[in-house]
Write a protein that binds this ligand. Structure first.
Ligand code: UD1
Length: 338
């Protein structure tokens, strides 16, 4: 059964391709390599022994999207990762984000709507909740006004899918709201490859430990949390990848209760920035050079998932611990720089 994975050479995309292939699916990847490299294909192939079909083009080219679906009319499901995700850049270049994240979504949904049956999984984010009033965060928590154009593209994306599903009974879709994906494949054949200075905590930690960055800045220690640093729900990317396969099967086997559903994908456990550093120091057996600095604008105090809905309805649960995640991220960093 053929599944399209857009952005399949990216961090979460590549791990999901591996899990799909391990689950017996035939995978076709579209990626423009704007934030990835064709080398990732080799890593995927090393892990699974199967090379996915790969087409390099930009989903903003509508004619190419139309042409692709004509050539691959046997695609039974689409997992749509391709998108830009840097919060700061989105503030600087809002139209780039609306074009990359919204226009491409519309072009794909136009193709899927025209099919007699189609299944779609969307990469959403816990960013849609902003600072939730109650923790852990359930799917019923209200969507808060977005803090950035990036966050807004996830909210608008979800609305576009919901509105389309309402009038398109043949289209079934699931939005997965990711918490903080970290780690790498245990084989260290694929992992996160940030271009330039990493914006996210874990790649910054591993790059500091390997000597690529001098020091990690901890953004604020005066938040109302146990040690004053922010709390997030760090989920191993392999667990997250598996959630996509489970969600896809739910659609293919028509186990969904409505043709548009939303699930949180996290571990359910919150960790502070200092706890992440401690865990990293433990698994890497070395001290990390870090310094507490001022808060980062736009950061929320705490976010972690209530995963009851995903556990009960998807039958999925994150298995890896924070230590496992950081250990795999460290193994990957060492391999990449060796
Ligand atoms: C960020 C985005 C989120 C997006 C996600 C995807 C913000 C406010 N949120 O999530 O919308 O979906 O990335 O990439 O930008 N930290 C440090 N030092 C660092 C980096 C991070 O102390 O050098 C802290 C942050 O203050 C935060 C935690 O580590 O408390 C996690 O940060 P990060 O990895 O950037 O993720 P989010 O901010 O949760």
């Amino acid at each position: 059964m053929k599944i399209l994975v857009t952005g399949g050479l990216g961090f979460i995309g590549s791990h999901t391709v591996v899990e799909l292939q391990n689950g017996g699916f035939e995978v076709v990847i579209i990626d423009n390599c704007s934030n990835s490299t064709p080398e990732v294909l080799k890593g995927i192939t090393k892990v699974t022994g199967k090379e996915p079909i790969f087409e390099q083009f930009d989903l903003r080219e509508k004619e190419n999207v139309q042409d692709f679906f004509k050539r691959h009319d046997d695609i039974e499901g689409v997992i749509h990762f391709a998108a830009s995700k840097a919060v700061g850049e989105s503030v600087e270049k809002p139209l780039l984000y609306y074009e990359n994240n919204i226009a491409t979504l519309v072009y794909i949904l136009q193709q899927l709507s025209a099919k007699s049956s189609s299944n779609f999984i969307f990469s959403s984010s816990c960013t849609v909740y902003g600072q939730a009033d109650e923790l852990p965060i359930t799917e019923n928590a209200p969507v808060k006004p977005a803090e950035s154009p990036y966050g807004n593209t996830k909210q608008i994306g979800e609305e576009i899918i919901r509105d389309t599903c309402k009038v398109t009974p043949n289209l079934s879709a699931i939005s997965l709201r990711y918490f903080n994906p970290v780690g790498a494949h245990p084989t260290a054949e694929i992992g996160e490859l940030p271009i330039g200075v990493p914006q996210n905590l874990v790649p910054f930690i591993t790059q500091t430990a390997i000597g690529l960055r001098e020091q990690l800045s901890v953004f604020g220690d005066n938040y109302p949390t146990s040690d004053g640093t922010c709390i997030r729900d760090y989920i191993h990317v392999v667990d997250l990848a598996k959630a996509h396969v489970v969600a896809l099967k739910r659609l293919l086997e028509k186990k969904n209760t409505s043709n548009y559903e939303v699930f949180n994908v996290g571990t359910g456990k919150g960790s502070t920035v200092l706890e992440v550093i401690q865990s990293f120091e433990k698994v890497s057996e070395q001290k990390l050079n870090y310094k507490v600095v001022g808060r980062r604008e736009g950061d929320i105090t705490a976010a972690y998932a209530d995963t009851t809905k995903a556990n009960n309805e998807l039958g999925w649960k994150a298995k890896s611990s924070l230590d496992d995640s950081l250990s795999s991220a460290w193994k990957w960093e060492q391999k990449v720089r060796s």
